[in-house]
Design a protein around this ligand. Structure first.
Ligand SMILES: Nc1ncnc2c1ncn2[C@@H]1O[C@H](COP(=O)(O)OP(=O)(O)OP(=O)(O)O)[C@@H](O)[C@H]1O
Length: 294
């Protein structure tokens, strides 16, 4: 992969099911080496977006490119440089673990085998039948299958949902090491925010099919503030905020506004003009997530 070629490039992806718009003009580009979190509540459109990114789903408009190729006409050699961990792994029940790894590896150049660090992390008996694996073991197998050919562009749809805390912790470290060693790019969708903020360099927040915020993790931590006016402020108090401030979320319960571009060098700047005292706090990712995706 060249250093400048985007691993993933979504261009105004729109997808409807019947009359319902499930993705609405979603655009972003992911560079080599980035690990990007895809965040959003149930039904926000994450799996639909992943389907369009990979080419499993056809968008109604817009396009998706992976490693410089339109996914609708991706050459087999380029497709072999990508990997995907689905939300649930179905089928292959009658295979044994080792047999399935070898069978699928044969589709890739050089019939690769899983890296020893990943094999020992997965701790699967190669002779076990896939149908007898627990949910978490199936998830480990899906991860091994997606990684054994060392993909440069990898998408993981809720890969850690059934993993125990130790396996999740170790998975996140291995994934981070893998990207550092290979320069691979990763999109990872998960509801476990504490895991994601440790390894992801960028956060994509989705709300009802719209990409509402796309921000580097460091910027998110440095420049996100919750502004809460004293009681008595009207619901539309944010219209009095300086125009340069970008409101990225609201909490109707507390009347707070989440601002995504707080200038740290000049705290409380220009809030003096507001008729109510404003409390300014740094929110953690979980609290901010609720306000951004509400
Ligand atoms: N094949 C389909 N036909 C009709 N509606 C669909 C179809 N697939 C998804 N949807 C709808 O599209 C919306 C987005 O679904 P999607 O699976 O992309 O959400 P998600 O963000 O991945 O959710 P979760 O976190 O629960 O996995 C949902 O309202 C869902 O009901």
């Amino acid at each position: 992969m060249s250093n400048t070629e985007a691993a993933f490039d979504a261009r105004s992806l729109t997808k409807r099911f019947g009359t319902r718009t499930v993705l609405d003009a979603v655009s972003f580009s992911i560079s080599p080496g980035e690990i990007v979190a895809l965040l959003g509540p149930n039904g926000a459109g994450k799996s639909t977006l992943i389907g369009c990114l990979l080419g499993f789903l056809l968008p109604d408009s817009g396009s998706s490119h992976m490693l410089g190729h339109d996914v609708r006409e991706m050459p087999r050699e380029a497709r072999a440089r990508t990997g995907y961990v689905p939300q649930t792994m179905g089928g292959f029940g009658s295979y044994r673990v080792g047999q399935l790894l070898r069978y699928l590896a044969a589709f890739y150049p050089g019939a690769p085998t899983p890296d020893s660090a990943w094999l020992s992390w997965a701790a699967l008996d190669p002779k076990a039948r896939v149908s007898t694996l627990s949910g978490g073991q199936k998830q480990r197998l899906a991860i091994l299958l997606a990684l054994q050919h060392r993909p440069e562009a990898l998408i993981l749809d809720e890969p850690v949902a059934s993993l125990d805390p130790q396996a999740r912790h170790d998975f996140m470290h291995l994934l981070s090491d893998y990207c550092t060693a290979t320069g691979a790019s990763v999109v990872i969708s998960s509801h476990i925010l504490s895991d994601l903020e440790k390894v992801c360099s960028r956060l994509l927040f989705m709300r009802r099919g719209v990409l509402v915020l796309d921000v580097p993790t460091t910027t998110f931590h440095a420049a996100t503030r919750r502004l809460t006016p004293a009681p008595g402020a009207p619901a539309d108090w944010t219209r009095l905020l300086p125009q340069a401030l970008h409101v990225v979320g609201r909490d109707p319960g507390t009347n707070a506004a989440l601002v995504g571009n707080w200038p740290d060098h000049d705290p409380a700047f220009a809030l003096d003009n507001l008729p109510w005292p404003i409390r300014i706090e740094r929110p953690d990712l979980e609290a901010a997530y609720l306000e951004i995706t509400r």
